[in-house]
Write a protein that binds this ligand. Structure first.
Ligand SMILES: [Zn+2]
Ligand SMILES: [Zn+2]
Length: 324
């Protein structure tokens, strides 16, 4: 069902719209064979707190970014190759509901949808895309995945020594192997984790021990160099480097979550009865027939040349606090 979108004008236009919403901050996204499968707002658990992010599911990559202006402007683009992705269900936990893990060899994190239905939709679509992609490329799914970082707020003291109280000076650090929040002395060693980086990374003392022993047992096997593509997603966002304090600046305000008046459901373009133009046209692309009006509903209503200038110039409300 996604296949029939491959050569469609509507798909090309949607991708162009996403591209222009990221502007110069983003990578070119239009490549032959790529389909935008769906998009929507998802809450991503970051180091400091949950933050709303716009996600775009393509048939080969997952892209997300910060919402600067809903449907118009996004920044901090992250691109995750789907062949590395593995999803894991998360049980509801207090206010954290409808979540799942997105795990990759380089980075793993939790995301939350607004409703259980949306969660099911997202997970099903992502899993389907991963499955189809692996089938197509003949690659094997990744077996090793980066640890999910424990959010800062969950640790007021070091999770290793259980003594150090975190303060402005006693900064929190994350073990790249287990994701624990630890103090500096408890994470002053580095270890080469080739799946994550070509450089040795900060690990906690427990992990350092375990890793060192494991390596000794293996008799110093040469480690494979890090996969080049992996660093696409380590562009220094909030949770990718614990040396960077992102508290506040150039990010959404803390009220991000309540501010989510973007209470819009995700859109999945390949789904069944997509109205007029797309679904009526056969797989061969009938250009004359593809200026679809239904796209207004789907991709921000901007079938114009400027791409992102939606149909309503006053739509700054959703993100007005970050519109400065
Ligand atoms: Zn410690
Ligand atoms: Zn550790």
């Amino acid at each position: 069902m996604v296949d029939r979108l491959v050569n469609s004008e509507a798909n090309a236009r949607r991708i162009a719209t996403v591209e222009s919403c990221f502007g110069a901050n983003g990578q070119p996204l239009a490549i032959p064979g790529r389909v935008l499968v769906g998009e929507g707002v998802v809450t991503k658990m970051c180091r400091k707190k949950p933050k709303t992010r716009q996600f775009f599911l393509f048939n080969d990559i997952l892209v997300y970014g910060n919402i600067v202006m809903d449907k118009k402007k996004y920044n901090k683009q992250h691109i995750i190759p789907l062949e590395e992705v593995k999803l894991e269900n998360l049980e509801d936990d207090g206010i954290l509901k409808n979540g799942w893990l997105i795990r990759t060899p380089t980075k793993s994190f939790a995301v939350y949808a607004a409703t259980a239905t949306e969660k099911t939709e997202w997970m099903a679509h992502i899993n389907k895309c991963v499955e189809d992609l692996l089938k197509k490329t003949g690659k094997k799914p990744s077996l090793e995945h980066a640890a999910v970082w424990i959010p800062d707020a969950e640790a007021s003291i070091c999770m290793h020594c259980r003594k150090t109280q975190f303060t402005v000076l006693n900064r929190r650090h994350h073990c790249r192997k287990c994701g624990a929040v630890v103090c500096n002395p408890c994470s002053n060693k580095k270890f080469l984790l080739p799946a994550q980086s070509s450089k040795p990374l900060r690990v906690c003392l427990s992990c350092y021990d375990t890793l060192t022993k494991a390596r000794a047992n293996q008799g110093e096997l040469p480690v494979k160099p890090a996969n080049k593509s992996v660093n696409q997603d380590s562009s220094g966002e909030d949770d990718s480097e614990d040396e960077i304090d992102d508290s506040g600046k150039n990010d959404d305000p803390i009220k991000g979550l309540d501010n989510l008046s973007i209470d819009e459901k995700p859109t999945f373009y390949g789904d069944t009865a997509e109205p007029p133009s797309d679904s009526t046209s056969p797989t061969t692309c009938d250009v004359s027939n593809t200026i679809s009006s239904n796209d207004n509903a789907c991709s921000g209503g901007a079938p114009t040349d400027t791409g992102c200038s939606g149909n309503d110039s006053s739509t700054c409300d959703a993100g007005s606090t970050s519109c400065d």
